[in-house]
Design a binder for this molecule. Structure first.
Ligand code: F0G
Length: 354
């Protein structure tokens, strides 16, 4: 039967009532792709949960479809969020689909080009503040507490409900829970959502074990790892440039309860992993997503894993979200040559020597 989206597929696990509109852009149902070369190199059984293939190109669609459907059910007319980009793209798309107004607050000059383009074209009111994500979220929380506007950041519990469905899919696709679930950590909602999902699916008898949750922040934004908020977070992975994660406590609980951990990776490690999976595996994910791979490579070097254990790495967003980083991170831009065969053959020879 035709796939009908998350609200339909996982109705019995979600706060879906008879009055909940069955909103969908066919989110979810994303591929679990085996990392053939990386698995061999690291002597692990590694899979990518390729969330970049959601309708707006990130995992945010899972939570947003649920949050926006509930906002509609409750009669809300306007939704609002702070965002490093992906949440705003998803909010704008589902608001358009559901006929709601959408206001997004983004950190000026610190969101990837593709994400900005999405929020604009879907018709959201886009406001860039001279401040970072953490400040934007504070402002959004203040405004939505005083006005009849629905907050759709992951502090809205419906977001977590929708996002937990990714854990269900991982179990169904693999046939069991993996030994490890490696995931980037920014505002810390997604690691909390996956853990909730794995636990609920086990309780429902769908899996016999639980994975260890291993989360990775970017070093310049690693508030949880350092144990204190970071006033001026920095990282090339703008999606996770967050200094005071809203779901801090539930993320730490997920790591502890599962016998996992939250660690951090440097920008160099992120960019290395980002290029490696694109050039070795044919998978293009945005830099923040590569934090999960970078983390697995780092932990392998530290001797953390046993051979052949299964690791699912969540690739949270599509590489096309951030074309500027892709172009900047390679040694050379395309060679420009004259439009004849000889010039092209010369160029190929030059590139082969390079
Ligand atoms: N990866 C990507 C591509 C993201 O966009 C985000 C968060 C994360 C990872 C981290 O997930 O916050 O649940 O720990 N992006 C948010 C946004 C903050 O506004 O789009 P998290």
């Amino acid at each position: 039967m035709r796939y009908q989206g998350l609200l339909h597929t996982y109705k019995s696990y979600l706060p879906v009532t008879e009055r909940t509109p069955m909103l969908t852009l066919q989110e979810g149902n994303t591929p679990l792709v085996r990392a053939e070369r990386l698995s061999e190199q690291l002597k692990l059984d590694i899979y990518f949960k390729y969330e970049g293939l959601n309708p707006t190109g990130s995992f945010k669609d899972r939570g947003m479809v649920m949050a926006v459907a509930k906002a509609m059910e409750e009669g809300s007319r306007t939704i609002m969020c702070a965002s490093t980009g992906n949440t705003s793209a998803a909010a704008a798309a589902y608001a358009a689909r559901g006929g709601l107004n959408c206001v997004v607050l983004i950190p000026n000059n610190n969101i990837a080009l593709g994400k900005l383009a999405q929020a604009i074209i879907y018709g959201a009111k886009v406001i860039a503040i001279e401040g970072n994500f953490d400040r934007a979220l504070e402002i959004v929380r203040d405004i939505t507490s005083k006005h009849p506007i629905t907050l759709v950041n992951s502090v809205n519990p419906y977001r977590i409900e929708g996002q937990k469905t990714a854990a269900f899919e991982v179990v169904d696709q693999l046939g069991h829970a993996p030994d490890y679930l490696a995931i980037p950590v920014g505002n810390a909602g997604n690691i909390s959502a996956y853990w909730k999902g794995f636990k609920e699916y086990k309780e429902a008898g769908k899996s016999s074990s639980l994975p260890k949750m291993i989360g990775f922040e970017a070093e310049g934004s690693a508030a949880i790892v350092r144990g204190e908020p970071i006033p001026n977070p920095e990282t090339v992975a703008t999606a996770i440039r967050i200094g005071n994660p809203a779901s801090w406590k539930t993320a730490v609980a997920a790591a502890q309860e599962s016998n996992g951990f939250i660690d951090c990776v440097t920008d160099d490690e992120i960019l290395h992993a980002y290029k490696t999976i694109a050039s070795q595996e044919g998978i293009f994910a945005e830099p923040a997503s590569a934090a999960s791979i970078a983390g697995v490579i780092k932990k392998k070097k530290e001797g953390y894993f046993s051979d052949n254990q299964s690791v699912v790495c969540v690739l949270t967003g599509h590489g096309l979200k951030d074309p500027n980083i892709a172009i900047k991170s390679v040694a050379a831009e395309p060679l420009v040559v004259q439009d004849n065969e000889a010039a092209v053959m010369d160029a190929i020879a030059k590139l082969e020597q390079a």
